[in-house]
Design a protein around this ligand. Structure first.
Ligand SMILES: Cc1cc2nc3c(=O)[nH]c(=O)nc-3n(C[C@H](O)[C@H](O)[C@H](O)COP(=O)(O)O)c2cc1C
Length: 342
């Protein structure tokens, strides 16, 4: 069984070199360009765009361009969602034209908005249709195509190993498995051992995902799944450095680039906020940034007063938000978690 140290080594995905095996999970509304830039700078091995609806992309709808545009990182990976083969192929071509080095296909999203449109994890209910989408994308682009899925639709249909094998035969170069079924949404605990059945079914790299947030959990998911890499999502809320700190632990080095003082943490959060305002514009940016600011406060300034919190999370005036953030983060100081990671 692989050990934590294996996560420090590079991984080949269809000829693309990934610098280590601890990845940031795609999270719609969260892992936008400013977030991915930070996760990469902290040492995440791979970062993935938020999912892009291939139908919207193919029709040139506004908003898709920000999701697929090249962020200047060494590996640009774009995730497509959808249910029409022609849209998926066209979406793949557009993303590759924007410089994507890897295209990922989403068959894991449980949201009704997505599954109701028969995309995301709903595709695991009809593997022939799922395969037609995979073949369409693989046939449309020259770059490697990867696949992200769940264990199956529900407990009675744990077909991830079959989908993974068929996907490999169709040319998929890596699969990521979130150890839950669609019907579990995010409830219960991810079943890391069930991912081992996918590992045994294919020879391409398998990435294990679900409920990992520390080096200890990364070691446990590797041990139980036998996977080649680990993907981390929600543990990054208010902490874009988590994948990097797990990768650093795997390499036996201290995590680089983590703010070491309350002042440095405040500067870090303010810079993240300002990057979001410049990407989305002030009106949209300040709304979109609020969830991140809330997470930063929860994680690093849990004792902040309700009034201070409200000021940061409801103001429409960026200068006031920034002042409030500096007050809150500097007053409360650095969380124990950050202190021990630094
Ligand atoms: C808010 C949110 C948005 C997500 N968006 C996507 C997405 O766009 N594409 C995708 O494949 N998975 C998406 N996921 C699933 C995550 O990539 C990941 O599989 C899941 O959160 C389990 O990993 P974790 O326990 O480390 O968070 C999303 C999850 C959350 C919580």
């Amino acid at each position: 069984m692989p050990e934590l140290t294996t996560l420090a080594s590079p991984l080949d995905v269809g000829g693309v070199r990934i610098r280590n095996r601890v990845f940031l999970a795609p999270m719609s509304g969260i892992t936008d360009e400013p977030f991915r830039q930070r996760a990469h700078a902290h040492g995440a091995g791979l970062v993935v765009s938020e999912m892009v609806a291939s139908g919207e992309l193919a029709k040139g709808r506004a908003g898709c361009d920000l999701r697929i545009r090249h962020s200047g990182l060494p590996v640009h990976m774009v995730q497509l969602a959808g249910r029409e083969a022609a849209h998926m192929a066209e979406g793949g071509r557009i993303a590759a034209g924007e410089g994507a080095d890897i295209i990922d296909i989403n068959m894991g999203c449980p949201a009704k908005k997505v599954t109701g449109g028969y995309a995301g994890s709903a595709l695991m209910r009809d593997l022939d249709h799922a395969l037609s989408l995979i073949e369409a994308v693989v046939g449309a682009v020259a770059v490697p195509v990867t696949l992200k899925m769940r264990l199956g639709w529900d407990e009675s249909a744990l077909n991830a190993p079959i989908l993974a094998r068929r996907a490999e035969e169709a040319g998929i170069k890596m699969v990521t498995v979130h150890g839950r079924t669609r019907c579990q949404f995010y409830q219960g605990k991810a079943d890391w051992r069930a991912i081992a059945r996918v590992r045994q079914a294919v020879s391409i790299p398998v990435v294990a995902n679900g409920d990992v947030g520390s080096p200890q959990e990364a070691a446990a998911i590797l041990e139980q799944s036998g996977a080649d890499a680990v993907m981390i999502g929600r543990a990054h809320y208010g902490a874009p450095w988590i994948a990097g700190s797990v990768a650093a632990a795997a390499a036996g080095i201290s995590a680089p680039g983590i703010s070491e003082t309350p002042r440095a943490l405040a500067d870090y959060v303010v810079a993240h906020y300002e990057d979001m305002l410049s990407l989305y514009g002030i009106e949209s940016g300040l709304r979109q940034a609020r969830k991140h600011l809330g997470w930063y406060l929860d994680r690093h300034a849990a004792g902040v007063s309700a009034e201070q919190r409200k000021r940061v999370l409801t103001s429409f005036e960026p200068a006031e938000v920034i002042l409030g953030l500096r007050d809150a983060l500097a007053d409360i100081g650095m969380s124990n978690e950050l202190r021990s990671a630094a």
